[in-house]
Design a protein around this ligand. Structure first.
Ligand SMILES: NC(=O)c1ccc[n+]([C@@H]2O[C@H](COP(=O)([O-])OP(=O)(O)OC[C@H]3O[C@@H](n4cnc5c(N)ncnc54)[C@H](OP(=O)(O)O)[C@@H]3O)[C@@H](O)[C@H]2O)c1
Length: 292
């Protein structure tokens, strides 16, 4: 692939809630924390350099969460990029807690979400969070109470746009009765299509869909993928990103990496156009090796 003019802008633009416009290829920052998404990374200097390079490459949508580290990831973003470029949109999340490395537990009570938003405001050094995502519905808390709290925080000026993650179509519709939903973030890639119907629902309703594990956590693989990659002198991960961009105009991939080299490769995929045949071939051959 031609690496000369690498820029996330080559993926085009996408509007979040008719309020914020970003390039349609973002960056997921979770991988910048320590092992098990716990604590600081071995090389903090590198983590900050990855964030700065992402912005240099035209990335203006960065995804994070209070639980990544916990707290570490939001602090890294502020340390690397504050004062923020005018067009940078930071999307964070709340509603999960971290008892230890690799461990995640629900907590989307109104009291916890309020505390979580205050913490993210402080760590990100902002007066208002651009995009705040309910990380995952809490099975022992009323979903309406969780979303209702985010709607209140929106009215109080602490959250600009309310979004959801790890939800069904039913959740989306229940939330939209309370407040407009800007985006939905579920696990999705060409090889992991469980949430296809949610992508279609988002497309019909002009809700941005943010696929997490867009590279199957780095494990997307298979003969079909390799063949398409070879035809474009591209890498399999670049083809996986190009497939997502082609899947729907509301798709906003956020491939994660802790490597500047991988970041540059991933952003270069914004310029990669698959043919109809290539797209269909990958759509029909889900092959994902050992995710989770
Ligand atoms: N909402 C949720 O519940 C949820 C859950 C998980 C993740 N997320 C978000 O989604 C983002 C993306 O997901 P993810 O980072 O977990 O998984 P991913 O983007 O599918 O894959 C990231 C993995 O792929 C590797 N990788 C990236 N680019 C590569 C390249 N060009 N060549 C080879 N390997 C490459 C990375 O390793 P290197 O570091 O070595 O490049 C990393 O291990 C996260 O950063 C986070 O913001 C959200």
């Amino acid at each position: 692939m031609n690496q000369k003019a690498v820029s996330a802008s080559q993926a085009g633009n996408i509007s979040l809630g008719n309020e914020l416009t970003v390039h349609r290829l973002g960056y997921g920052a979770m991988r910048l924390t320590g092992d098990g998404i716990w604590g600081p990374p071995k090389d903090q200097k590198n983590a900050l350099a990855v964030l700065r390079r992402a912005v240099e490459l035209g990335v203006n949508f960065i995804d994070t969460a209070d639980t990544y580290g916990p707290n570490v990831n939001e602090e890294q973003i502020a340390e690397a990029l504050y004062p923020y470029p005018k067009d940078l949109v930071i999307a964070t999340k709340g509603g999960w807690e971290r008892p230890g490395p690799g461990q995640w537990t629900h907590n989307a009570t109104p009291a916890h979400l309020r505390k979580a938003v205050e913490g993210s405001l402080k760590r990100l050094r902002v007066d208002r969070i651009d995009v705040y995502q309910l990380h995952i519905p809490d099975p022992v808390v009323s979903f309406e109470a969780s979303v209702g709290t985010l709607a209140e925080l929106h009215r109080e000026g602490k959250i600009r746009l309310v979004s959801l993650s790890n939800v069904t179509q039913e959740h989306i519709e229940r939330a939209r009765r309370i407040i407009p939903i800007a985006s939905v973030q579920n696990r999705y890639s060409f090889a992991d299509r469980e949430w296809d119907y949610v992508v279609d629902h988002c497309e019909r309703n002009k809700i941005v869909f943010i696929p997490w594990f867009p590279l199957g956590a780095g494990r997307v693989a298979g003969e079909a993928l390799n063949q398409v990659a070879k035809a474009h002198s591209a890498s399999p991960t670049q083809v996986a990103i190009a497939w997502l961009l082609r899947r729907s105009p509301i798709m906003l991939p956020i491939p994660g990496t802790s490597s500047i080299e991988h970041l540059e490769q991933n952003v270069a995929a914004a310029a990669l156009q698959l043919t109809n045949d290539e797209y269909e071939k990958l759509a029909g051959v889900p092959e994902l090796v050992g995710v989770r």
